[in-house]
Design a protein around this ligand. Structure first.
Ligand code: GLN
Length: 188
């Protein structure tokens, strides 16, 4: 199983470090060709507007949409923060980008405020025994979730990690706080 990390922009290096600590094979993904080498994809945090633009221009976005439905070589995807925004059914907020529409949720950009409103927290996550240390960095909020989606974690009562089929999104960063638990759960 090879995990790709979308490497247009953002904190892809931190995700690659987590995968390397787990001794999981990984590659950086920038083109449609890179997509053929992978079984799982992580879309990192960063600037959702920039990531969305590159997804469209390179055709990688279209390829992700196709691979999610491909029964022969299916893809699982985990989006963190900006990655969550681009995977959502719809993004809202100032300059909200066009999304891939791969999970039935509406995600609101920069919903906690600006950079100074970033913060750390410990989350209880279904399937993980210990509380997970995470960082919310200019984080979005999941403001609406379709019926039947799994809510894997909440913060102050609101969903922050959700899953629908092969697609999981989280509004926070665990990869910047040395945590491998969520990646392990994603790849299990
Ligand atoms: N605020 C960023 C955006 O909307 C996301 C921040 C992040 O990924 N840490 O693109």
């Amino acid at each position: 199983m090879v995990t790709g990390v979308l490497a247009f922009q953002g904190d892809f290096a931190e995700h690659l470090q987590v995968l390397s600590r787990m001794h999981m094979p990984s590659v950086e993904v920038r083109t449609k060709d890179d997509m053929s080498k992978i079984d799982a994809l992580i879309i990192p945090g960063g600037e959702s507007t920039v990531i969305a633009k590159f997804l469209e221009e390179t055709g990688v976005g279209r390829e992700i949409q196709k691979r999610i439905k491909n029964v022969k070589h299916p893809l699982r995807v985990y989006g963190t923060c900006a990655g969550a925004i681009v995977l959502a059914r719809k993004a809202t907020g100032k300059n909200a980008p066009k999304t891939l529409g791969l999970i039935d949720a509406v995600v609101d950009r920069n919903a906690y405020g600006t950079q100074v409103d970033s913060f750390e927290a410990e989350l209880k996550i279904s399937g993980i025994r210990k509380p997970v240390p995470v960082a919310f960095i200019r984080a979005p909020k999941i403001v609406s979730v379709g019926k039947g989606l799994e809510i894997l974690s909440r913060f102050r009562g609101e969903p922050v990690l959700i899953r629908q089929g092969n697609v999981m999104i989280g509004t926070f960063h665990a990869e910047v706080r040395d945590c491998t638990d969520i990646h392990r759960m994603f790849l299990a």
